[in-house]
Design a protein. Sequence first.
Length: 244
Amino acid sequence: MVSRNADARPAAEGGDGVSARPIINTEPGGFIERHGLWTEQSYAAAAQMRRVMDELGIEMVRFSFVDQHGLLRGKTVTGRAIGAALRSGVTVPSSLVLKDTSGRTVFPVFSTNTGVGISGFAGAGDIVLVPDPTTFRVLPWTAHTGSILCDLRFPDGTEVPFCTRSLLRRVQAPLIRRGFGLTVGVELEFHVFRSNSLAMAADRIGRPGEPGLPPMTSPTTPGSQLLHEETLDSLDELIQALHA
């Protein structure tokens, strides 16, 4: 028999079927409930997420948000801490949304005036990652690990203006009211090179905002070979790995 989650109530205390909240809320009053950040759909998805974790043996979940540059940032939460994270979110430094693409902090985050006109960023205070359980996925490329996307909130429950998910939701709202929807497709293209450098050579080690030198590489094909099959054999090992 599969044991129930540590933060799940016994079946007899499951409520009258009107709300999914009793399934995960053994300690009501967490940050998410206190500020009304989830819908009933969210609570139901969170309960389903816990069941999937138990059935598949998921031991870690990455709580992530997409910053202004399209980079994923966040924290990994262990299975025992998932219940608390689903009730109250996960705190991270607010400086994570005040960086450039290299990871360098580009605003005076430890001052009272960071220069962006938002008082909540003063003193490099925390912001809260509020998970959206409907986005939970099991990661296929790593063992026993899941992923969940998050919205950004200040500790008082107000929305962080730089939250990309909230910005997209706000832009979509008037379109949805007019009967429109958004469909996004991604076309993946890439080039493959062989590395000619040591993985951890001294000149490749840097620091945030000042990365080390890029590795020396060489091409894998002569180029100009659109849909050309003759060079596939030389890259068969890579193709098999991609297929797997």
